[in-house]
Ligand binder design. Structure first.
Ligand SMILES: Nc1ncnc2c1ncn2[C@@H]1O[C@H](COP(=O)(O)OP(=O)(O)OP(=O)(O)O)[C@@H](O)[C@H]1O
Ligand SMILES: [Mg+2]
Length: 345
């Protein structure tokens, strides 16, 4: 039987491929580039899976003060389906959803393969200068982020297990697409949704926020250990923790109430026990970044700033408490110093 002559294949793809020179699709090339790329240098994830402890408050005010202090461009990411950060800054999520320029439209799975074609700028909105400095920007939230996990879970069920890792790579590329912003602050929801996990892993740094009471601090060591599960090469570095909504006894010079003092001591001990060498070097003997008292002006700012025609006066002193200016200015200084500390490793 005459042997069938095999047709030679001169297609450029097969001809050039070798183990040392593999031919990769442009989509895969982008992913490989993302794997190799450095993370966004100023990306900070604000986390705690305990709800209502002040993550949004800190994201918002830290963004405000980093923008004011550094005069550099600061971008907020609202990845919480509750959209609290967007609401606090005066945006109506129902209205924003109609524009299709929300975080959901930016991170939904159908977008992942289109990264090279995405116009990232159009998802950014300037925060009104009656609310915050005019170098503060936001990628606004969407209630639809709730559906994202279901969409990813469905694709996991059909065997495409790579999706969670792909979301991380996509988030890393996404943050790098905003490199003209010196700082990006990601306000996370109180859960471990895929998007929370991916953003945490994609950020260079993270900070935890808690209220110093027994229930709120209970999960903090577990939170830090959860972050330690991220592969070391991708793991964000801890900037420390913020104690929020402190109640002080008495007026001027009043101290912290007893339950807060003991919670704080326990928290400090637990967190220190889990720090790695580099974190110990940068955070020194105390991982605390700063404290924020429970202040009426903060609650009012978050509830109504977007509807006002002038900025809140954060220098105003009330009932002997430190002012928002004093607390947040020092908090922003510590964040900047610690980022500086990690960078000069
Ligand atoms: N320091 C503070 N002083 C006064 N009110 C505060 C302070 N911090 C937070 N609050 C109020 O407590 C509520 C919860 O705060 P925030 O939304 O920042 O918590 P969160 O951790 O982001 O919540 P979630 O887990 O639901 O996202 C808000 O309504 C806010 O107005
Ligand atoms: Mg929140």
């Amino acid at each position: 039987m005459a042997r069938k002559k095999r047709k030679k294949d001169y297609s450029p793809q097969k001809k050039d491929a070798s183990p040392f020179n593999p031919v990769v699709s442009s989509e895969n090339k982008l992913k490989i580039d993302a794997l190799r790329a450095e993370k966004h240098r100023g990306s900070i994830c604000v986390v705690n899976y305990k709800g209502g402890v002040g993550k949004t408050t800190v994201s918002c005010l830290l963004g405000y003060y980093l923008a004011e202090k550094t005069q550099k461009k600061v971008l907020l990411f609202d990845i919480d389906p509750q959209c609290s950060l967007s609401l606090a800054l005066g945006f109506d999520p129902e209205e924003v959803s109609k524009t299709e320029l929300t975080i959901y439209n930016l991170v939904k799975p159908s977008k992942w393969a289109k990264i090279a074609k995405t116009n990232f700028d159009k998802y950014v909105t300037k925060v009104k200068d009656t609310v915050a400095p005019d170098n503060l920007f936001i990628v606004r939230g969407s209630f639809n982020v709730d559906e994202l996990d279901m969409q990813i879970a469905q694709s996991l069920a059909t065997g495409t297990k790579r999706h969670v890792d792909e979301l991380f790579l996509y988030c890393k590329q996404l943050l790098n697409a905003y490199s003209e912003y010196d700082y990006v602050i990601v306000d996370c929801p109180p859960n471990k949704m895929f998007l929370t996990q991916a953003m945490l892993r994609a950020c260079s740094y993270y900070l935890a926020v808690t209220i110093p009471d027994a229930i709120s601090i209970y999960g903090m060591p577990r939170l830090l250990r959860w972050v330690k599960l991220v592969p070391p090469s991708d793991r964000p570095k801890l900037l420390g923790y913020v104690l929020n909504a402190i109640n002080r006894t008495g007026g001027v010079g009043g101290g912290k109430v007893y339950s807060q003092q003991s919670a704080e001591t326990r928290l400090k001990r637990n967190i220190q026990a889990d720090l790695d060498k580099e974190e110990q070097r940068v955070l020194g003997s105390d991982p605390l970044i700063g404290v924020i008292p429970r202040l009426d002006v903060i609650a009012r700012f978050l509830g109504e700033a977007g509807t006002k025609f002038s900025r809140y006066d954060f220098s105003k002193k009330t009932s002997g408490q430190p002012t928002v200016d004093e607390c947040l200015s020092s908090l922003a200084d510590v964040v900047l110093a610690r980022i500086g500390g990690y960078r000069c490793a």
